[in-house]
Write a protein that binds this ligand. Structure first.
Ligand SMILES: [Zn+2]
Length: 402
């Protein structure tokens, strides 16, 4: 299958991702909720139908990096006027062409299709969380229309952010339920868009693992916010409602206890490390983006638990602020430093949140840099981090504009 942009971009003006004209789809690993190693395990261990479906999902997961990189770069250079909340849900009707048939627009009545209503409602809850807690207007902070396509493919077991919209499969019903049924999965995918427009983190290795990490962070925060749960009450699980009873496992990932989410004869064993000493070096999974995200995930849940109370009032704002300090090639160390600085800026130098953040990173084997500790939060940290790791994008470097 070949991949092509859905339309020619405009050289100037308010560019928006095209959705009116159908376009064929290839899906990047890094923005999928189900990582390739789980699909590969199902292909190896499952029956004939399992194998066919898993291989089909894997074959769609080639990485159209140029396409997504172009969208990331466009996000940084184009300015759109702020707009109110706007959601549109499409129905692919079990085909693999996007966006599909228009099913529900903003303010329109519920339909008889659960997947359509779930996608609409979960996008709204995620939008409202970011607006109320972080003051952010949609994915791009300028009111970008949140577009979702449900019923993508036949028995398709994944959910994705493809750089412009959300895509949901119905699940195979055997190992995975419908992907719109999980609020934290929807929030995880939308958070990929937030990261794309904020830090433009890369797609592999540590920066890719950080992208997965931030998506899990906002996925769990949205879940906790709407359930009214404190850090102590949360299960810290991503995709807890996704797995069927047939699977020996609680979820796809555990943020508080990485490596313990599932252990199943078909899906395999959760490979996530919880400490830097166990960092997994692999070529698979875009160099372990869904695997090594366990390390910062554990630091985040640890900091939240140390502080207690509602995580969206403590560590949530810290991580959101820190995301603005990171760039495409950020590593775990930069995230530790940025979150420590952000804690100082938001809550004060030597405050309990700042101490908790430092202790949490230490628990996973990462010390906040001595130079950062010495400098304190008063220095122009934004320049120091971004100048090194986020060189400005010249218009000539953006493929769609040249
Ligand atoms: Zn993801």
């Amino acid at each position: 299958m070949s991949f092509r942009p859905s339309r020619e971009p405009q050289a100037t003006g308010n560019w928006q991702p095209a959705t009116q004209r159908p376009y064929p789809v290839l899906i990047p690993h890094v923005c999928s909720i189900v990582p390739p190693y789980i699909l590969r395990a199902i292909a190896e261990n499952g029956d004939g139908q399992d194998r066919a479906r898993a291989l089909a999902a894997l074959s769609m997961s080639a990485s159209p990096r140029r396409e997504r990189q172009a969208l990331v770069q466009l996000a940084g250079v184009l300015v759109l006027a702020p707009r109110p909340k706007r959601r549109t849900v499409f129905d692919a009707e079990q085909r693999r062409v996007l966006p599909g048939r228009h099913a529900r627009g903003e303010g329109q009545r519920r339909t008889h299709d659960d997947a359509v209503n779930e996608a609409y409602d979960a996008a709204g809850k995620t939008y409202d969380y970011f607006r109320r807690v972080h003051g952010r207007r949609s994915v791009d902070d300028r009111g970008l229309d949140i577009r979702s396509t449900v019923h993508f493919g036949e028995g398709f077991s994944n959910a994705h952010w493809d750089g412009r919209q959300l895509i949901y499969g119905d699940g195979d019903g055997k190992y995975f339920h419908r992907f719109t049924s999980s609020l934290d999965v929807v929030a995880h995918e939308l958070a990929h868009g937030v990261t794309q427009y904020t830090a433009a983190l890369g797609f592999s290795g540590q920066c890719g693992a950080l992208a997965e990490h931030f998506s899990d962070v906002f996925g769990i925060l949205v879940k906790q916010y709407w359930l009214g749960q404190t850090a102590a009450q949360s299960d810290w699980l991503i995709g807890a409602s996704l797995l069927t009873k047939r699977v020996h496992g609680a979820a796809i990932r555990s943020m508080s206890a990485p490596g313990t989410a599932y252990d199943d004869p078909i899906l395999g064993c959760d490979p996530q490390p919880a400490h830097l000493r166990d960092y997994v070096r692999t070529r698979e999974d875009d160099r372990g983006v869904h695997i090594n995200s366990g390390i910062p995930n554990r630091a985040f849940s640890r900091a939240a638990t140390l502080l207690g109370g509602k995580a969206w009032e403590t560590v949530g704002p810290i991580w959101y602020r820190a995301l603005h300090e990171l760039g495409p090639r950020a590593r775990f160390q930069h995230c530790a430093d940025a979150t420590w600085r952000a804690a100082g800026e938001l809550f004060g130098t030597g405050s309990a949140p700042q101490d908790a953040v430092r202790a949490a990173w230490k628990d996973v084997g990462i010390d906040v840099s001595a130079a950062v500790l010495d400098d304190g939060p008063r220095l122009p940290v934004r320049r120091r981090v971004r100048d090194v790791f986020d060189p400005p994008v010249a218009a000539a470097e953006v493929p769609f504009l040249t």
